[in-house]
Unconditional design. Structure first.
Length: 89
């Protein structure tokens, strides 16, 4: 296995990880901004108030995006295993 091939495999793995995690990170960012705005407007500084909506947003996003995320993971794994003979040299 050549160093270029290793770099390509690692690059593909990192890109797959980025694209799978990006939607959840965006959901978390949006939920955090909304909760912060509500806290500023209402002057409520309770940590439970800021944590629970963000966790709910993450859970809802995870449940909605899980089929898409699994499809991406399975396609990456299938591609990696399909070329396994090429990596064994």
């Amino acid at each position: 296995m050549t160093p270029e091939l290793v770099v390509q495999i690692v690059r593909q793995a990192l890109l797959a990880t980025f694209w799978i995690s990006a939607p959840l990170l965006i959901i978390g960012l949006a939920a955090g901004i909304l909760v912060s705005l509500v806290q500023i407007v209402t002057s409520i500084q309770d940590t439970g108030f800021s944590t629970i909506p963000r966790l709910g947003a993450f859970l809802a996003g995870l449940l909605l995006l899980m089929p898409w995320m699994l499809e991406k993971i399975v396609s990456y794994t299938t591609l990696l295993l399909r070329d396994l003979g090429r990596y064994a040299h």
